[in-house]
Design a protein around this ligand. Structure first.
Ligand SMILES: [Zn+2]
Length: 121
């Protein structure tokens, strides 16, 4: 019985060490080379994963805003004067990472994000 207790204690100790290592990996600040985002917003591995998800959200919102713009252009000869005319939900008119409002570029016409690193989305 005493031997079983010692085995359980050593198993718990090993599990706690592994858990501490995983938490340290996720929350430890990344090196400068690894944290090379143009906006410098992700400092940890967990933060980088969160920012990557928000980058994807921004791409998706821009794609939907551009589709709304195409629908508008198909039914009207004039491009919209502002993004408000597309009647998009408020969450799809701003970058989810930095909160900057999307910009209607009349040269395309297209919709762009001005957040650093999102220019090519
Ligand atoms: Zn963006």
């Amino acid at each position: 019985m005493r031997r079983r207790g010692a085995a359980l204690a050593s198993l718990l100790l090993a599990a706690m060490i592994v858990l501490a290592a995983v938490v340290a990996y996720l929350l430890w600040p990344k090196s400068q080379a690894a944290a090379a985002r143009p906006d410098g917003m992700a400092q940890t591995t967990l933060g980088a994963a969160r920012m990557a998800a928000k980058d994807t959200e921004c791409r998706s919102s821009l794609q939907q805003a551009r589709q709304a713009l195409q629908v508008h252009l198909a039914s009207s000869d004039e491009p919209p004067a502002s993004l408000d005319e597309l009647r998009l939900p408020e969450s799809m008119t701003r970058c989810p990472v930095g909160g900057e409002p999307y910009v209607l570029d009349p040269s395309g016409p297209t919709v762009r994000c001005v957040h650093p690193g999102h220019e090519g989305y």
